[in-house]
Design a protein around this ligand. Structure first.
Ligand SMILES: Cc1cn([C@H]2C[C@H](O)[C@@H](COP(=O)(O)OP(=O)(O)OP(=O)(O)O)O2)c(=O)[nH]c1=O
Length: 232
């Protein structure tokens, strides 16, 4: 059994893209404030661990039989300066002004708690350079609303994809879950990817993109933070 400790439709969509269907989404509700002078790398790693641990604790209380619990946290930074996950127009505007014409880094920490209770972690870095953004670019982007709830005030999988001049590293890492590393992590810990997805994958390839039961719009705000069973 796989539990995705997340409310993010993007993380679910990325896992599904790789042919992995989590059984339940059970987000952890955490204070995500960085500690004083915390490095962005440490923050992404710590928050992903705390999300996995918090959900694991709830899972134990609910008596689920030894699941895998997967969590991630994505942090955008310029140098050591951590960009906020933007909920306000002004914050998103400030982020875009900083990111304009510059290179920045995106870290995603991935934490997996195995059925035996061991914690396995990965930290993945992607470097992204944005074009110089005009006032008009920024205003138009802000009006799209796609920045809501996104680290650094943008979503590369939406309109902000057109701001990217160069990207070094994993694209899916920027969207919220580095697929190559996550699939390897799960497989390396004995999660049987093929047994859950063999037939489904074949159908999906023939029938085109699959609608997710959670949210079809990968840039949409996250749904309420509650456990969502994904299979009947
Ligand atoms: C930079 C960037 C971030 N993001 C998203 C990924 C994450 O959902 C979000 C960063 O916040 P996170 O705290 O990593 O995740 P979250 O709160 O959305 O979800 P969870 O329930 O798993 O904690 O920003 C994009 O979708 N596209 C991007 O280009």
């Amino acid at each position: 059994m796989l539990i995705l400790a997340s409310a993010s439709p993007r993380r679910l969509g990325l896992l599904q893209q790789a042919g992995i269907e989590p059984d339940v989404m059970m987000p952890a509700d955490l204070d995500e404030t960085p500690t004083r002078s915390e490095h962005p790398r440490s923050l992404a790693k710590r928050l992903s661990r705390e999300k996995a641990e918090a959900t694991s604790k709830r899972v134990a209380e609910l008596n689920y039989a030894n699941p895998y619990v997967l969590a991630a946290d994505t942090v955008v930074c310029v140098g050591r300066d951590i960009m906020p996950k933007t909920e306000l127009w002004e914050d998103a505007q400030a982020c875009l002004r900083i990111l304009s014409g510059r290179a920045h880094r995106v870290y995603t920490g991935v934490s997996l708690i195995t059925p035996r209770g061991s914690l396995r972690q990965r930290l993945i870095e992607t470097r992204v350079r944005f074009k110089r953004l005009s006032r008009e670019d920024i205003d138009r982007y802000l009006r799209s609303g796609e920045w809501r709830g996104k680290a650094g005030g943008y979503a590369i999988q939406g309109r902000a994809g057109a701001f990217v001049v160069r990207l070094i590293g994993s694209y899916t890492n920027v969207v919220g879950l580095p697929l190559y590393e996550t699939v390897n992590l799960l497989a390396g810990e004995g999660y049987d990817i093929d047994s859950r997805t063999g037939l489904q994958l074949e159908d999906d390839v023939n029938e085109g993109p699959k609608l997710t039961p959670v949210d079809e719009d990968a840039t949409a705000p996250d749904r309420d933070r509650e456990a969502v069973p994904l299979t009947s």
